[in-house]
Design a binder for this molecule. Sequence first.
Ligand code: NAD
Length: 493
Amino acid sequence: MLSLGFNPTGVILPEGHFIDGRAQWLEGRRIDVLRPSDGVPFGQVPAGGEEAVDLAVASAIQALATSGWAMRPPRERGRVLRRWADLMEVHAVELAQLEAVSSTRPVTGAFNSDIPATIEAIRFFGELADKLGGDVAATRRDSLGFVASEPYGVIGAIAPWNFPLSMMSWKVGPALAAGNAVVLKPSELTPFSTVRAAQLAIEAGLPAGILNIVHGFGHEAGAAIVRHPKIAKVSFTGSTRTGAAIMADIAATGIKPLTLELGGKSPQLVFEHVDDLRHTADCIVRGFTSNAGQACVAGTRLVVHEKLLEPLVETIIEMITPMSPSVTWDAEGTYSPIISKKQAYRIDSLVTQSVERGAEILLGGGMFDGPHEGAFYRPTLLHRVDSDTPAVREELFGPVLTVQTFRDEHEGIALAAHPTYGLAAGVHTSNLSQAMRAMRGIAAGTVWINRYNRSGDMVIPTGGFGQSGIGQDLGRQAVEANLRHKSVLIDFA
Ligand code: NAD
């Protein structure tokens, strides 16, 4: 059987920015990249800024002009994307190891889940490239009105660190399928796997310059992308705070459209009757411990009917007690490290503040003991919380579940609502009508009923309400978001 475990010092890292189809080091300044599992610096990327973004945009514009990427039949663009997906499949082990070495993704999870999801997304957008039509308008008999869709030109994409390759595929797949070129900045914390994927795209037939990867810090390379006058649209995934800063920056430096996929504080609403309590507990456990809670849609607020509190919490505790840390290059490892010590201290500080405000720790609290040089936070359950408790109010981005109870449906739905975020929600009940009432009652971009995760069907779009974002990734909606629409009216009287 294939063993996915590996020696992290043996991994070959792609060099430099990836601009015009090749590696480029433009700046003397470097960013040290640390392995979250043990905090060891293991590679460097250039600290890019305006110069690198300028070069990447120039290369994208040149490539659009000379390769005819936007003018090609959509079917042909789709074929290139599908070939790219096939090629990533061939390199799946290499990509999984590259993903695991610098991120919080355990290698087996990356191989079985992240890499297939990335491949499926690129394949899905490749298949969709020639499937979208436009609108013909009802106008007079002697005129024809229709809407012609066109790519924007150069799209600027900015990605977070929590699922580096998967987030890349959500941004790049629809933008390329629609005929755009892309300048993408991965997170400075997890930069390498994205470059390797981009190299494979060129190998699959994407013209050099149509996909460029620029490294750097958010306030430098990220801001340079946002402000660049020749970047026609920005697509961002990350925290609500950064999303707001980007909106302000765009408003100050010129108007351009923006897709924002931001943070969340998603509820798991459990009514009095569920078909299978263990299944519900499993959804809740996975919902807040996968990637150690470092998922935008992490279900971190349990809102449970008081009659189910005890049996449900007991089952959850039984399920999470065996979880233990291991480095991401251990093939047996499943429990993720926190991305950095700084982030782990932030989680711990919010837990401490919650306890100071009256929360009771039912399990966990603090980092795992032992010889781990990285930061592994214990799955943590906090009871006796209210809407002012910091762990209820704020996105911790860690494995912390708050527990609140309710007595009737109305109260449950009200508690599930969050004043700030509206990304996802889980509803658990055996009563279909109740599930539908809750679905209508909760303001969230995604509602999962008797499950808690994406299905892997890229056809279902994802996006947030309120401060969780604007616009959607995935689905045909993502391709449409990468097109602008021109209204055409022809008279033929
Ligand atoms: P972050 O906001 O700190 O950084 C995201 C990206 O933005 C990074 O590449 C960073 O370098 C860049 N950036 C930072 N400041 C910038 C600026 N001023 N201008 C331009 N770019 C800038 O987020 P993170 O810590 O990398 O990721 C975690 C966050 O992402 C969480 O809040 C999570 O909920 C969110 N997220 C949302 C989704 C979704 O689909 N809604 C998916 C994954 C992650």
